[in-house]
Design a protein around this ligand. Structure first.
Ligand SMILES: NC(=O)c1ccc[n+]([C@@H]2O[C@H](COP(=O)([O-])OP(=O)(O)OC[C@H]3O[C@@H](n4cnc5c(N)ncnc54)[C@H](OP(=O)(O)O)[C@@H]3O)[C@@H](O)[C@H]2O)c1
Length: 234
């Protein structure tokens, strides 16, 4: 199957949580880690999150560094990445910054009744917002269908930035190539806090482990890079 080289990126506490239960997003990275993630973003064509992340964080998912944006422009690319949203329900706020910022547009993957719900949500957006399209990727949407459609749009490198449901979807599909896990030097310790992954049939087991290609300290944050599949890089 023709699909993008797919990198999953996540920052988690030592106890595997990617946020706490408080109203504000928990900071699990430091500035050096954020700068590396910005470079990682700038080297990709598209960036994907789940609807849970959109609702919780209202992220913009832009390339932060003016220099990195300028370099992309000089190579004839958009300054920012194509944004990708995955939702079963099709329910999200069309006013989210995800849709109103950036210069490469957005694609929403959903399925079943979610298709109509998502299309209706996007109908009333301001005309000068970046373009946003809704695509039926099955009910429920599959990683395979999403990746095939993205490949058809010319996406050759995809960055998946969470949250836990989406990481689980891509990891259990066996269709991801690389995992970059930043481990923050503390515990969250809350039962209800979102997890890096949910229970699932992961292909990376005791008998078939991932390959650790890098382990590095960025201050007190540990950066671990695993190679997952048969992709060329990592
Ligand atoms: N530390 C980090 O690196 C990091 C990064 C990103 C997010 N986060 C945190 O993660 C939390 C959100 O994580 P989360 O796991 O709740 O949300 P998520 O993975 O971002 O999104 C979950 C949503 O994805 C959709 N979904 C789930 N399974 C699906 C499937 N098989 N096919 C299609 N769509 C599917 C559903 O959307 P519908 O409900 O619309 O159907 C579901 O509610 C937030 O607290 C956020 O701050 C942390």
């Amino acid at each position: 199957m023709d699909r993008p080289y797919t990198i999953l990126s996540c920052a988690a506490s030592v106890d595997g949580r990617i946020d706490d239960t408080g109203p504000r997003r928990l900071r699990l990275s430091n500035e050096a880690d954020f700068a590396e993630i910005d470079e990682l973003r700038a080297g990709c064509d598209a960036i994907l999150v789940g609807a849970g992340t959109l609702r919780a964080d209202d992220p913009r998912l832009l390339v932060r560094s003016p220099l990195l944006r300028e370099r992309r422009r000089a190579r004839g690319r958009t300054e920012n990445l194509l944004k990708v949203l995955v939702t079963r329900s099709g329910e999200f706020s069309p006013e989210a910054r995800f849709f109103s910022t950036g210069d490469a547009g957005a694609v929403v993957y959903t399925g079943g009744t979610g298709v109509g719900t998502a299309r209706r949500a996007l109908e009333g957006r301001p005309a000068d917002d970046p373009p946003a399209e809704v695509v039926d990727a099955g009910d429920p949407p599959t990683a395979k269908a999403i990746l095939a459609d993205l490949a058809g749009r010319g996406v050759s490198r995809l960055l998946v930035e969470g949250g836990g449901h989406v990481h689980t979807l891509f990891l259990t599909s066996g269709l991801a190539d690389e995992l970059r896990l930043a481990v923050a030097p503390f515990f969250v310790g809350e039962e209800e806090a979102p997890r890096f992954v949910l229970p699932g049939a992961f292909p990376y087991t005791f008998d078939a482990p991932m390959r650790l290609v890098e382990a590095r300290a960025l201050g007190d944050v540990a950066v671990l890079r695993y190679r997952l599949g048969a992709g060329e890089e990592a």
